[in-house]
Each structure stands twice: as structure tokens, then as C-alpha cells.
Design a protein around this ligand. Structure first.
Ligand SMILES: *[C@@H]1O[C@H](CO)[C@@H](O)[C@H](O)[C@H]1NC(C)=O
Ligand SMILES: *[C@@H]1O[C@H](CO)[C@@H](O)[C@H](O)[C@H]1NC(C)=O
Ligand SMILES: *[C@@H]1O[C@H](CO)[C@@H](O)[C@H](O)[C@H]1NC(C)=O
Length: 478
């Protein structure tokens, strides 16, 4: 009996503790639903991961069309003509991608120059200005240069080949139709891509005979200096009239940028659902890269920082695990048809946050919203930066907002113009910017929220992530 009673009591205890465990599990699953989702999925797949919807999101977004490339080349030619310049010269990079559909991805930079040259040619007297597209290529690579996917109008692209023993810049200048037979003392102006390497600018100047000191000191230069002795070549950085052609985005570019940014945010949300206490930064980073890839985006990756690591805006290098009450910061970028996304979310697993976490997160959220409101056609970029700073300052955290508010975005993740104090740039229709205030308290907490926006036809800022809900609502609702 005693034994039986003991057994009964034991049974009761067993049931009780079983119930307690169940209750515990229930509590945990309410508190950390994501962790349980994760465990169920890794055991038996309730749903497949990454979410299959990711793949379809941008599937029908088409790349930049042939006609748009031609329109860009024509705008450039007209701008050059109106500025009295004879050519625009660029090395493989974002600007060649913009005007001629190739970049460093197709042609790696080396000591041997390959240059894109676009010159204005006039027809019907002076009324019609058309672009002439020329490629300067190493002779031994001429066949490969001809495979570059450069959209061109009816007129064929000109290829100027320079052999190893020749001066490429002399070859270029002598072949450029518009530089033909300069009259004595003629000043010729060409504009170069602002990121062109200096030795190319030096080479062009030397070849034109402008820099006499250099040409006498360097016997290998100026194979045919006599040809250019009357020519004064001014090699100048492309001015605002040219850089704004790429800064202000077209409808088609905005279509691509929107989808890239939306898909990036969807990927972050998809990974957020899978986060659980104990996951490592490196594991979450790998999941993010997978989700971005599943969304059809290229070169996708995220800065992934947990807890106090997020207080170092560009990372700490440790591989921290996620504690239940940590913030996790994901700063993600990826590309779609060469256009980049940039989205940052600072997320939590639960709504159980410390007062400081709440304050800091809400201030950053309010600063981000205030900046979007301020950003209008005609506004100075510095004023957008300062309104975000004022919101964070009002909460007493100004000294922890240590970087500029944002950057332009498009064919490069960071491009002109910038939203920063000290800048006199004016916001214009078609401009795109990141809006990314942050608060970083070293050793404690780091919060950044980032959505990119564009200025629409009415002159108003609209998030590129608007199509999927836009800015983050709460730390646990990214
Ligand atoms: C641009 O280049 C890509 C290859 O990088 C090619 O698939 C695409 O057709 C080109 N676009 C145009 C309009 O020629
Ligand atoms: C140098 O330029 C002159 C003028 O155009 C040309 O007649 C001559 O053939 C050129 N010489 C060489 C070596 O290329
Ligand atoms: C945009 O701003 C410029 C001045 O920066 C102004 O000339 C233009 O009319 C404005 N356009 C609209 C639609 O507000």
C-alpha cells in the first residue's frame, strides 16, 4: 500500500511536473515564437525556408532597356555640346554602366587603359546633336572589347586599338574626330569621370602636349607630340550638369530600385522570423545572404550585429550569440539589374525591452520619419540631416549619432549626393537617398533604421520600401 501510495504520489508528481514543463513550453513559445517556429521547421518543415514568395517578388522586373541607354547617351552628348566640351571619358565602373551597359564586372581595371569616350557630333548644321561612342582598347584585347554589350544607335561604335609599344593617349587623341587638326592655340575641353585614375588624366594631358615639363622629362611619352603641339587640352572633372544625369533617376530605374529594396526588406523579415536565442551572428548572416539570394538579388550581404556589437557602426569582428533581450542589427545590401538596395533593421525577439532600448529605438524611428518629411524638391541636403539630428538631440542622444544621415543610391550603394551637414547640394526630383539615423552607445546598445527614398514628381519623398509597408513599426515588427 505504502508502495502503491508512493507510486500514486509519484504519478501525481510526474503529472504535475509534466504540466509544469508543458506550461513552461507554452510560456516560452508565446515569448519566443520565432524559436519554436525555427525548431519545428528544422525538424519537420511546416513551411519551406526561405519563403518561396521571395523568389517571385522581382521576377517580372525588367532591366534597363536599349532605348534608355540611347537616351542617356544623347543627353550626355547634348550636355557636352552645350558646355562646349568635345568628349566625356570614363573607365569601367558605374558611369560606363550608366551610359554604355558595362562595368568592372565585365572589364577589370588594370594598368592598361580601356576607356569609354562619348563625343557630341552635330548634324543638320548645329541643330541635331548625336552621341558618338568610342572605345579605346588594348590591341591584343580588341576582340574581347568588341563583345562588351554596349547599346548603340544605328551608327557603329568606334574601336581604337593601341598596341603595347604605343602611347594609348596619343592613339585616342589622334583618332577622336573632333580633335582632328586643331588650329594653333586651340583650347579643347574634355570631361572625365570623377573616379578616373590620375595616371590616365596625366596621360591625356601629356599626349596633348599641355604639360611640357613632363613631356621633356619623359622620353617614352608623346610619340607624336608634333601632332598636338598646337592643342591645349583641358582635362576636367565632369561638372554638375553631367553628374546630375545619373543622380536623378528615371521611372525605369526607380522601378528596379523599388523592387531591390522591397525584396531586401522581405528577406530581413523572413530571417527575423527564424531568429532564436543562442543563434550566432555568423549563422544569421549566412541566413540573410541565402534569403537575399532566394529573392533573386545579387551580391547580397548584411552587416549582422547583436547587442552591444551594434554600437560599432561597421562591426566588431566577434561572433556573438543572440541573448533573448538583445537587439539584432541587420544592414543589408544587394543588387537587381545592377541597382543596389540598402535597408537596415534593428530587431528584437520580443516586446520585453529595457526602457533605454525603447527610448533609443523610438528616437531613431522618429528621426527617420522627420527626415523623410523634410526631404523635398528644393531642400538643401544639409537641412534633412539636421532635422534628424535635432530629433535625436531633443532626446539627449545627439552625441551618439555619429555619422551623416544618408547617401545617394543607384548603380553604387553610396553615390552623390549625400545627406550630410556642410553640404550645399539641393534635392531634386528623381534623387534617391538612404535615410539612416542611428544611436550608438559603445559597450551598450546600437540602433540604426534605414530605408531609401526617392523624390517623386510632386517633389515629395517616398520610401523605396513603401510597396511592402515601408519603415519599421516596432523592433519586433520590422
Ligand atoms: C546589357 O548587358 C547585359 C549583359 O551584362 C545584357 O544581357 C543586356 O542585354 C544588355 N542590355 C542592353 C539593352 O543591351
Ligand atoms: C605625326 O603627326 C603628323 C600630323 O598628323 C603625321 O603627318 C605623321 O605621320 C605622324 N607621325 C607619326 C610617327 O605617327
Ligand atoms: C523643384 O525645385 C526646383 C528648384 O530646385 C524648381 O525649379 C522646380 O520648379 C521644382 N519642381 C517642382 C515640381 O516642385
Amino acid at each position: 500500500m505504502e508502495y502503491l501510495a508512493e507510486r500514486k504520489a509519484g504519478k501525481l508528481m510526474g503529472i504535475m511536473s509534466g504540466l509544469l514543463v508543458l506550461l513552461g513550453i507554452f510560456w516560452l513559445s508565446v515569448e519566443f515564437p520565432e524559436a519554436f517556429q525555427h525548431q519545428m521547421d528544422s525538424q519537420g518543415s511546416h513551411s519551406s525556408w526561405p519563403d518561396p514568395h521571395l523568389a517571385s517578388h522581382c521576377a517580372s522586373t525588367s532591366p534597363i532597356r536599349h532605348s534608355e541607354y540611347l537616351a542617356r547617351q544623347t543627353s550626355l552628348a547634348r550636355t557636352l555640346h552645350s558646355l562646349g566640351a568635345k568628349a566625356y571619358i570614363a573607365e569601367p565602373g558605374a558611369n560606363t554602366q550608366f551610359f554604355a551597359n558595362f562595368s568592372k564586372a565585365q572589364w577589370t581595371l588594370s594598368e592598361r587603359p580601356l576607356l569609354l569616350v562619348i563625343s557630341p557630333i552635330t548634324k543638320d548644321g548645329q541643330t541635331q546633336v548625336l552621341p558618338e561612342v568610342t572605345i579605346l582598347t588594348p590591341k591584343f584585347e580588341a576582340t574581347r572589347a568588341r563583345t562588351l554589350p554596349i547599346p548603340s544607335p544605328g551608327r557603329p561604335i568606334k574601336y581604337i586599338e593601341w598596341s603595347e609599344e604605343a602611347d594609348p593617349y596619343v592613339a585616342l587623341l589622334s583618332a577622336l574626330t573632333l580633335l582632328d587638326r586643331p588650329s594653333p592655340g586651340e583650347h579643347v575641353k574634355v570631361f572625365v569621370d570623377n573616379s578616373i585614375r590620375k595616371f590616365i588624366v596625366d596621360g591625356l594631358q601629356r599626349a596633348s602636349g599641355t604639360d611640357h615639363t613632363l613631356s621633356t622629362n619623359s622620353p617614352s611619352c608623346c610619340i607624336n607630340a608634333t601632332y598636338f603641339e598646337h592643342l591645349t587640352l583641358q582635362v576636367l572633372s565632369a561638372p554638375f550638369e553631367i553628374t546630375q544625369l545619373r543622380e536623378r533617376k528615371s521611372e525605369d530605374e526607380l522601378r528596379i530600385l523599388k523592387c531591390a529594396n522591397e525584396a531586401t526588406l522581405l528577406a530581413i523579415r523572413d530571417v527575423h522570423k527564424k531568429l532564436y536565442p543562442g543563434i550566432r551572428e555568423s549563422q544569421a548572416r549566412t541566413m540573410m545572404a541565402l534569403a537575399l539570394g532566394a529573392a533573386g538579388l545579387k551580391d547580397g550581404g548584411c552587416l549582422t550585429l547583436f547587442g552591444e556589437n551594434a554600437a560599432l557602426p561597421h562591426g566588431s569582428g566577434t561572433d556573438r550569440t543572440l541573448a533573448p533581450t538583445d537587439f539584432a542589427l541587420f544592414d543589408c545590401t544587394a543588387s537587381l539589374h545592377e541597382y543596389y538596395s540598402d535597408v537596415t533593421r534593428t530587431v528584437s525577439l520580443t516586446s520585453k525591452l529595457s526602457p533605454e532600448q525603447r527610448t533609443v529605438w523610438s528616437l531613431v524611428q522618429a528621426a527617420q520619419a522627420a527626415a523623410l518629411q523634410m526631404a523635398r524638391n528644393g531642400t538643401r541636403t544639409r537641412d534633412v540631416d539636421s532635422v534628424a539630428r535635432a530629433v535625436i538631440g531633443a532626446g539627449g542622444y545627439e552625441k551618439y549619432f555619429t555619422h551623416r544621415l544618408g547617401h545617394g543610391i543607384g548603380l553604387e550603394v553610396h553615390e552623390q549626393p549625400y545627406l550630410r551637414g556642410g553640404s550645399d547640394d539641393i534635392i531634386n526630383i528623381g534623387h534617391t537617398f538612404s535615410d539612416e539615423p542611428g544611436i550608438y552607445i559603445e559597450g551598450k546598445v546600437g540602433v540604426r533604421l534605414e530605408d531609401c527614398f526617392f523624390i517623386n514628381e510632386d517633389g515629395v519623398g517616398i520610401y523605396l520600401t513603401e510597396g511592402v509597408g515601408g519603415a519599421s513599426v516596432l523592433p519586433w515588427l520590422p
